[in-house]
Ligand binder design. Structure first.
Ligand SMILES: [Ca+2]
Length: 171
């Protein structure tokens, strides 16, 4: 018997700065959530951290200066982390704006289609990539009050599995 709780949310139009926590957005056992049009900036640690969870979709967000990243790319200062599985960092040919990756050089969008021609590597065991990193920022309105959000659904994502005990009768 499988018994599971799942949550599906959409987080839109937020500005996520460092305030009281060093992390930007944090997911724990969250599945099926969509994150779009969020400005994630100046967090001292990762701007987006997936501890666990699957089938979350993160696209059309802007990432600036998280995890020590600057105006050019440094592979030791990746802005997001994925420890889950089957999370998507792009959808329908559009990913996120990673400021360091987009600004790294002027020849990373040879075909000039607004998509950086090289995937952006996400840290963590998932081995995730944003396959369609945006060359230009998304137009995101700044909110009046900088906020930092922790999205933690520790209990909501409980996944209980009662496995059947199978007996084999050998003749
Ligand atoms: Ca391109």
């Amino acid at each position: 018997m499988d018994f599971s709780f799942k949550i599906s949310i959409t987080l839109l139009w937020n500005t996520v700065y460092t305030a009281t926590t060093p992390l930007g957005i944090y997911l724990l056992n969250s599945s099926g959530c969509t994150f779009r049009y969020n400005l994630i900036k100046n967090n001292t640690y990762y701007g987006f951290y997936i501890e666990s969870g699957s089938r979350n979709t993160i696209y059309y967000n802007e990432f600036y200066y998280n995890n020590g990243s600057g105006d050019s790319y440094d592979p030791s200062k990746i802005q997001a982390y994925d420890g889950g599985s089957n999370n998507l960092w792009n959808l329908s040919g559009y990913g996120n704006y990673w400021h360091d990756w987009a600004m790294n050089n002027n020849t990373n969008d040879i075909d000039n289609n607004g998509i950086v021609d090289f995937p952006y590597k996400i840290d963590g065991p998932a081995g995730a990539r944003d396959y369609y990193p945006l060359k230009s920022g998304v137009i995101i309105p700044e909110t009046l009050h900088p906020i930092s959000i922790i999205v933690a659904f520790a209990l909501l994502g409980i996944f209980l599995k009662a496995s059947k005990i199978r007996r084999s009768f050998l003749t």
